[in-house]
Design a protein around this ligand. Sequence first.
Ligand code: ADP
Ligand code: MG
Length: 484
Amino acid sequence: MNTIEKINKDWDFVIGIEVHVQLETKSKMFSTCEYNYDQSPNTLTCPTSIGLPGALPSINQKAIDFAIKFGGAVNATVHSSFSFARKHYFYPDLPKGYQISQFDKPIVTGGIVPIWWDNKKYDIELTRAHLEEDAGKSTHNSSKNNSQVDFNRSGAPLIEIVTEPVLTHPIQAKIFIQRIKQIVNYIAISNAEMEQGKLRCDANISLKKKGIKKFGTKTEIKNINSFRNVQKAIESEIKRQHHLLEDGKEVVQASLTWNNEKNIAEIMRVKENADDYRYFPDPDLPPVIISESKIDSIIKDLPFLPFEFENRWIDEYDFKPDEAITLASTIHIASYFEKMIKYDVTPKNASKWITGELFRLFNEINIPFDEDRVLAKDLAKVISLSDSEQITTNSAKEILRKLFISDKSIDSIISDDNYLDNTDNTIIDIINKVLDQNPNEVDRFKNGEEKLLSYFMGKVMKESKGKISHKIIIQELNNKLRNS
Ligand code: ADP
Ligand code: MG
């Protein structure tokens, strides 16, 4: 048992997560200038996004639509009226001295994110999701003893998703964040690439003795930058707090940062409270009111979500959670699988071929799944030919590979390479040829050495280049050897 599991025997872990997702809109949250990842520093700015005096904010409609989409996806309450507030703090990447965020009237409250952990389903409750603007990006260069700020990101639209303190394990927290990425990918509001800083998360952690109801003092680890580090950072903080508590010391409410090199969470500052931020309604932005019908129409257009696919497949097709989770992993794979079913492939068979042969081909050259490489209707045809034994499993795999690497149509692959050339005549010709070439073995077989059947099988398979199914070869060989 590792240290975390040992600690978990006597202590409950209480974890709450705050995830920032950058919304993929053309322009920023409160200005018309654009944001793109990876552009030359300070080339994507405007008076509003760098907070020049007199510059006024105006709200990005698309960002609001995206927040509504998210609210609908997680079954939350989407409010038809909400407002923006100023959150004050001083840092070089925040030229206005405040960030426009939401405080007491966020756009989204409540909601549930269903996750799987260890084959069990957990409904993770959300507190809220609100819109806000991003700050710039500071780079600290310790060898040159200086820091630099890039304001391209200033004002980029974010949605901050906050959970209730309901997560109970570092692994569960990691799975939750992966689920958020998957959901925002499905509803196409963000690619949420952590390496591009488009999904960032803070983890809040406290420990309490088993059986005790009251929560302990929490700390918060800021800006964790990979899924793996989410788990590692929380584990490190659990160990630190456990050490303090076991020594009879107190946990002090604090913000920590994850140190990638040392593999520990380090205390950055003793934490501010909401009071310290001096929130107040942004006087430049009036409260927003949207019509219920607009909200409804956005929610109605949402695609089927990963947890909806999983539930359906588990219920209707008797899939194991893992199988359903794999097929629902991206919206492209999920809809590909659904198409296969429409082409009359059985769910089990579709799942087997997609997650087996097809995934293997993508993995071999390390590219993401792309339905144009092998159209669903072509894979369905390959499976149907193989199931009806018109081609061998081997041929089916070969055809699939040829579909994957070439632009040839399935019909020309099958006819050019003679995959269906196993007409009765061909089989009989091949069998006659093999038996003619092996008169001694034929005599021995007829004198009772029945195990020679597999010898003939091998010869026929070689001669037919593996294109004729075993069943048909055995049938025809038996016919020939026993009846003549
Ligand atoms: P703060 O004012 O520090 O931002 P919030 O109450 O807004 O605190 O909560 C921030 C996050 O911390 C939420 O995800 C919440 O679920 C989580 N949280 C709150 N209390 C605790 C606790 N005692 N232990 C762990 N997480 C907590
Ligand atoms: Mg917070």
